[in-house]
Design a protein around this ligand. Structure first.
Ligand code: FE2
Length: 200
């Protein structure tokens, strides 16, 4: 028997909305007004403002029109996930992040979900990469010979209007915002279920 294969691989799914420019100004304005109007919470954010989590039917922060736009953009990325045909996706919760210059997010995971993701509202240059940690390769000197590149971390420079979806249990952080403007994103968690094709 021959058993030559890679195991324990993961994926990052990503999609950029080509129509984002039509919505960006309104969405950015809505989000940038939130920290002065709404109380926030503190989890992984070192500085900055993070909203209370809200669910699929709760457009409290963004209003129905903008929240619907964000939901539809995210769904376009969900439809391309490398999961089996009969797997359904349920959005567990969303939250908004407004990170001014000098703030960052410490390394964390998202317990209680299978997939997590981020929709990027505003990404100034040098506002910090999204960095994933490969917990399987951190102490593995073989990895550079297998892949030809360092595999301890994977650093992503997002763009406005982009959705990125990843394994909720993959540790990740956001680097220091070294720009002069806010970095703004809308994060979410997804629960998967078998024998369903629904996306809600
Ligand atoms: Fe996160």
């Amino acid at each position: 028997m021959i058993l030559n294969r890679h195991v324990f691989e993961t994926f990052l799914n990503s999609k950029v909305d080509p129509d984002y420019d039509k919505f960006s100004d309104k969405l950015i304005k809505l989000c940038e007004e939130l920290p002065s109007k709404e109380s926030g919470v503190n989890y992984s954010n070192a500085g900055g403002w993070q909203s209370e989590p809200f669910n699929w039917d709760h457009p409290k922060y963004l209003g129905p029109e903008m929240f619907s736009y964000v939901q539809n953009s995210i769904i376009e990325c969900v439809r391309d996930l490398p999961v089996k045909q009969n797997v359904g996706a349920l959005f567990k919760n969303f939250w908004i992040n407004v990170n001014p210059p000098g703030t960052y997010n410490t390394t964390h995971i998202h317990p209680g979900a299978q997939l997590s993701g981020i929709f990027y509202v505003k990404v100034p240059d040098n506002s910090g990469n999204l960095v994933f940690e490969n917990t399987l390769e951190q102490h593995n000197p073989l990895s550079q010979f297998l892949y030809g590149v360092p595999t301890e971390t994977a650093s992503v420079t997002p763009t406005a209007g982009q959705t990125i979806i990843f394994n909720s249990h993959l540790p990740h952080s956001v680097e220091l915002n070294m720009s002069n403007e806010n970095r703004i994103s809308i994060a979410f968690n997804i629960l998967l279920s078998v024998n369903s094709n629904e996306v809600t």
